[in-house]
Design a protein around this ligand. Structure first.
Ligand code: ISE
Length: 339
């Protein structure tokens, strides 16, 4: 393998562009060797200023290029399965933006293909695990310093839902992050999901009930509630309060710095997730590249992607029926018990 990992980026939309710039300008030991997008103009614009980066409209052609050493998938979720199987067939490291795939059946097929290879090749883009405060909270929980963790309160607010968004996407696209965060923080699987739809904002597009409240219970009985608010208008905020036997820990919400001036005090709210999680994305991609250069992976696995997809399926059913829905999981294969 060359000194720089040659990465093919599939998808030149919002997240793809963000990752292309990150890989090309801020990641050590990596270079963008090609960008794949069905829109050739979009792909060409994405590689402008990146010397040597090729443009493809076909995934197989890009993956068969002799320069290709790794692949970052940043297309919409419903296109992930095909790209994942193509990457696994070539046994190369993959960073797949969340979701792994949109439903547990397809996520399980991907996991089984990886298991057949006998080694982990896939890292899923759950970037909150790389946010310094989330990582700190996870350590605090593991240390037992504040006693047992009892409850988690999450707020997840976006300024506006993009065109085409739906009630189901509030779960599949947004709350999927809390499903993973709760699993990451507690180290447990989620046992059940409930969803309440209350009074809705007039700022939500027709058909979307916004905000909603999601209640999860982990295997040991930790309760985690999530306020998911897609059209909060005022900016992007993701925060968590963790309630322990001997204290409460708050993370997120504040972007700092605080300003005292003209008779007022306060700070600013960030506009979106690429700004809020910029440092976490940098750390996520650097960790992936470092591990790939050593021939491994280091981060959320295909099992984590599969488990989150199973939570989403339960969440969408809970949203539709108003019932508490159990999360059904296959038995965890041995490969995913290894660190
Ligand atoms: C978006 O797709 C993301 O992944 C963001 O992190 C999340 O906050 C947002 O709600 C999703 O739509």
């Amino acid at each position: 393998m060359s000194r720089n990992l040659s990465v093919v980026v599939i998808g030149a939309g919002r997240m793809g562009l963000d990752h292309i710039q990150r890989l090309a300008r801020r990641t050590h030991g990596a270079e963008v060797s090609a960008v794949v997008d069905i829109d050739a103009d979009r792909a060409a614009a994405a590689v402008a200023g990146i010397p040597g980066a090729a443009v493809f409209s076909d995934i197989d052609a890009a993956l068969d290029d002799p320069h290709t050493e790794a692949v970052l998938i940043a297309t919409p979720g419903f296109l992930h399965e095909e790209a994942l199987h193509a990457a696994l067939a070539r046994d190369i490291p993959v960073l797949c933006e969340k979701p792994l795939t949109p439903d547990p059946a397809s996520a399980w097929r991907v996991l089984q293909a990886e298991e057949k290879l006998g080694r982990k090749r896939i890292q899923v883009g759950f970037m909150r695990r790389y946010d310094a405060e989330y990582a700190h909270l996870a350590e605090l929980i593991r240390s037992g310093e504040l006693g047992e963790l009892l409850m988690l309160h999450h707020q997840h607010r976006n300024p506006a839902t993009p065109p085409g968004f739906s009630n189901e996407m509030l779960i599949n696209d947004s709350v999927v992050h809390e499903f993973d965060a709760v699993r990451f923080l507690t180290g447990e699987e989620i046992a059940s999901v409930q969803v309440r739809r209350g009074k809705s904002t007039r700022n939500a597009p027709a058909g979307i009930n916004d905000p909603q409240q999601v209640l999860l219970e982990t295997a040991s009985g930790v309760l985690a509630d999530v306020e998911i608010y897609g059209n909060a208008q005022y900016g992007y905020e993701v925060g968590t309060q963790a309630v322990f036997e001997q204290g409460v820990v708050r993370i997120g919400n504040d972007a700092g710095p605080y300003l005292s001036a003209r008779g007022r005090w306060g700070g600013s709210v960030l506009p979106g997730f690429t700004e809020r999680f910029s440092a976490a994305y940098d750390r996520e991609i650097q960790t992936w590249v470092d591990a790939a250069l050593q021939g491994g992976t280091d981060g959320p696995s295909a099992w984590d992607g599969y488990a989150a997809a199973a939570c989403c399926e339960a969440g969408v059913e809970a949203q539709r029926t108003g019932r508490t829905v159990a999360v059904e999981l296959h038995e965890k294969p041995l490969l995913y018990h290894q660190g």
